[in-house]
Design a protein around this ligand. Structure first.
Ligand code: ADE
Length: 225
């Protein structure tokens, strides 16, 4: 996958790139680029934002600045490329969307800042608008990291173990339910025991027990428990 992240703060991603699954994805042939809107802004003194028409507090990222950044990276050849604007009012990000995006050979995430991004970016320049939750972050960088993390770990080899991503929460293997609980040593801690069945050696019953717990968790999630 070639993943491009447009941002005003490329340095935010320095830590992200040190993470093992991100390094694995890169070692496996994926490419990550961080593109700074200020490097390509057509305005003087690195300006990228402006006051909102109609008045109001805060600044808005300009459409010409975002367009110039995309133009510098791709020219007019954007066909087939998924370009995603990170915004609190976008499509809710979930495991299904992560899998969908992980199948893209080319993916672009646009981070906004300030009060928001000129709506014409959403109307004319992007293919998707995605939200990581119904709350407002100070910018799209953390949201883009969340999306990049969830997407990159799905790429072959990213987790270093072929099965790690198979039977995890919300996967088809678990019928879309959350993952079953995990336990490890010690078997008893402060009187808290692990479920006996996990050390029974009966793999079929262990599988059934896990499927049951996973279904239960799915049901209690929906009830808000
Ligand atoms: N930018 C600011 N808040 C956001 C959110 N909740 N999701 C995606 N992008 C954002």
């Amino acid at each position: 996958m070639r993943l491009d992240i447009f941002t005003l703060f490329p340095q935010w991603f320095e830590w992200f790139e040190t993470q093992r699954h991100v390094r694995n994805a890169i070692a496996g042939g994926s490419e990550l680029r961080y593109l700074d809107y200020r490097a390509t802004t057509p305005l003087s003194a690195g300006q990228v934002d402006d006051s909102p028409y109609g008045g109001g507090a805060g600044m808005v990222m300009r459409v010409d600045v975002v367009d110039a950044a995309l133009q510098a990276a791709y020219g007019d050849n954007r066909s087939g490329r998924r370009i995603v604007l990170m915004t609190p009012s976008g499509r809710p990000f979930d495991e299904e969307l992560a899998s969908e995006l992980a199948r893209e050979p080319d993916l672009t995430l646009l981070c906004g800042r300030y009060e928001g991004v000129d709506e014409r970016v959403r109307e004319h320049l992007v293919t998707d608008a995605v939200s990581i939750g119904r709350y407002v972050l100070s910018g799209g960088e953390l949201a883009a990291m969340v999306v990049a993390d969830a997407v990159l770990r799905k790429l072959p080899g990213a987790l270093g173990h072929a099965d790690s991503a198979m039977e995890e929460s919300f996967s088809a293997a678990l019928e879309g339910h959350p993952e079953y609980p995990h336990y490890t040593r010690p078997p008893t801690y402060r009187g808290w025991d692990i479920p006996e069945i996990l050390v029974s050696g009966d793999h079929e019953r262990v599988r059934e027990w896990r499927r049951e717990r996973s279904r239960e968790r799915g049901a209690s999630d929906r009830e808000g428990a």
